[in-house]
Design a binder for this molecule. Structure first.
Ligand SMILES: [Mg+2]
Length: 160
C-alpha cells in the first residue's frame, strides 16, 4: 500500500518507479502527420529504458499508426531500433487513466505528457508535464533532456 510520503516522493527521486508511460504527439514528436522528432529524442528514449524496467506508449494515435510512424523514425535513426516494438497501451475515453496500463502498480507508474486535459485528476502527482512541441518546431535548448532531470532515477539494486 502506498503512503502519502511515497506518492510525493516522485519529485525527489526516492520513489521506485516501475512503469514510465510516454505520450507521442506534442511530447516526443510534432504530430502523427508531420512526424517531426523532438531534438534529443533518441538519447531520451535510450535513457528512459535504462532507468525504468518498463516503458510504454500511451497515445491517442492508433497502434498500427504509431508503429508505422515509429518504423519511419527508426529508419531515419531518430529513435532506437526497438522503438517500433514498444509496448502499446490500449485505452478508451478522454482520460489517460494509468489504470489502463495492464499490471502496472499505479503508485509506481508515471506519465510524460504535454496535455493536462487528459490527466486523471487523482493522478496529477504521477504526471510529468512537458511543454507542447509545436510549430515552428524550433526550441531553444533540449526540452527532453530537461524532462530527464525531472524523472526519478531509480536506485540500483543494493544501493541505499
Ligand atoms: Mg500529446
Amino acid at each position: 500500500m502506498a503512503s502519502r510520503e511515497e506518492a510525493r516522493a516522485v519529485d525527489d527521486g526516492t520513489r521506485h518507479i516501475e512503469v514510465l508511460a510516454l505520450d507521442l504527439e506534442g511530447t516526443l514528436i510534432s504530430n502523427a502527420v508531420s512526424q517531426i522528432p523532438r531534438r534529443g529524442l533518441h538519447e531520451f528514449l535510450v535513457e528512459c529504458v535504462e532507468r525504468f524496467p518498463r516503458v510504454v506508449m500511451f497515445t491517442t494515435v492508433p497502434e498500427a499508426r504509431f508503429r508505422a510512424i515509429a518504423r519511419a523514425l527508426a529508419g531515419e535513426g531518430a529513435v532506437p531500433e526497438w522503438f517500433p516494438d514498444l509496448e502499446y497501451v490500449h485505452w478508451h475515453g478522454a482520460i489517460k487513466d494509468l489504470r489502463f496500463i495492464t499490471d502496472a502498480p499505479l503508485e509506481r507508474t508515471i506519465l510524460v505528457d504535454d496535455c493536462g486535459d487528459v490527466i486523471q485528476p487523482a493522478q496529477t502527482e504521477q504526471w510529468i508535464s512537458v511543454p507542447l512541441f509545436e510549430h515552428p518546431y524550433e526550441e531553444p535548448g533540449y526540452v527532453l533532456e530537461e524532462v530527464l532531470t525531472r524523472l526519478p532515477r531509480p536506485k540500483r539494486r543494493g544501493e541505499k
